[in-house]
Ligand binder design. Structure first.
Ligand SMILES: [Fe+2]
Length: 288
């Protein structure tokens, strides 16, 4: 099937794909090509899709098996693995914007999701963009001294860190019971498909770094985050109806923006694709 792929930045973060109808059957050749593009660009933006919840879930299967969300009470109607993202009033004049600081999804899971995808149902008139930063490029640019300092370090990711920059939506009883044990993951991971190293950070969930005093660990995460969230690593997605956007949680962080009129509804459907155990990057000086 012919389609047109256009890079969205000059640093291989994000690509737009035109000319595909994701409801049509996807053969092996196309599936491989899309997975190759995904491993290279990390964020794929398929335009002009109109997908019901089951159709959206089906498109995710191009990239792997679907994975369940922590919050069991935000399922969309029509498919058990499609979830709802929307701005939510939690007190008069107070709103919770899911995903409002940079993070990677469900990193507290021992086997975090490979990918997450969103498809809009209702969009605000202005704002509500999603930003992505490329954690391969951020790693590559680190000073050698920092690469040596973080070589081999592992972080403990819990559901909500004591140091999280924002409060998460509380889990209900069913969701709490289903929560897996914390994930202990390398700070530098190896991408299993493109072979590149990436920083693996999530201040919302990182509770500690194994063997490091707390204040030192917090300062290190803050320093790495300040580096990794620079504009030169970013693709900023302005949502359009018809977008199906899928990103690689192994190679980008993302954040939502609550910069729109909260009287408007920002409502998207969300799926996740199951990953593999996080691969630690080989020690510096050893080839991947
Ligand atoms: Fe997220």
């Amino acid at each position: 099937m012919a389609y047109q792929l256009t890079p969205l930045t000059n640093h291989e973060t994000g690509a737009e794909i035109l000319g595909l109808d994701l409801k049509a059957p996807v053969g092996t050749e196309l599936r491989n090509a899309l997975n190759d593009a995904f491993a290279r660009y990390h964020v794929l933006v398929f335009r002009d899709q109109k997908l019901t919840a089951p159709e959206f879930a089906h498109t995710g299967e191009i990239f792997g098996e679907l994975m369940s969300h922590h919050h069991k009470d935000v399922r969309a109607s029509g498919h058990p693995e499609v979830y709802v993202v929307r701005n939510e009033q939690i007190a008069p004049g107070k709103y919770r914007i899911q995903g409002e600081t940079f993070h990677t999804d469900h990193s507290n899971h021992p086997i975090p999701p490979k990918a997450t995808a969103l498809h809009p149902v209702s969009l605000p008139t202005h704002g509500g963009d999603t930003q992505f930063v490329n954690m391969h490029n951020a790693y590559d640019d680190l000073a050698e001294a920092m690469k040596r300092r973080i070589d081999g370090l592992r972080a403990v990711h819990v559901f909500e860190s004591r140091f999280s920059p924002r409060k998460l939506r509380p889990l209900n009883e069913e969701s709490s019971k289903a929560l897996p044990p914390p994930g202990v993951h390398p700070l530098v991971r190896l991408h299993p498909e493109n072979g590149r190293k990436a920083l693996y950070l999530n201040p919302v969930r990182i509770e500690s770094i194994v063997g490091m005093p707390e204040d030192e660990a917090l300062a290190l995460v803050a320093e790495l985050m300040a580096h990794a969230t620079q504009k030169k690593y970013e693709y900023r997605h302005q949502w359009r109806y018809g977008d199906m956007v899928i990103w690689d949680n192994r190679s980008v962080m993302h954040q939502a923006n609550g910069d729109y009129d909260m009287n408007e509804v920002r409502h998207l459907h969300r799926i996740m694709i199951a990953g593999e155990p996080v691969l630690a990057a080989p020690p510096l000086g050893v080839a991947a």
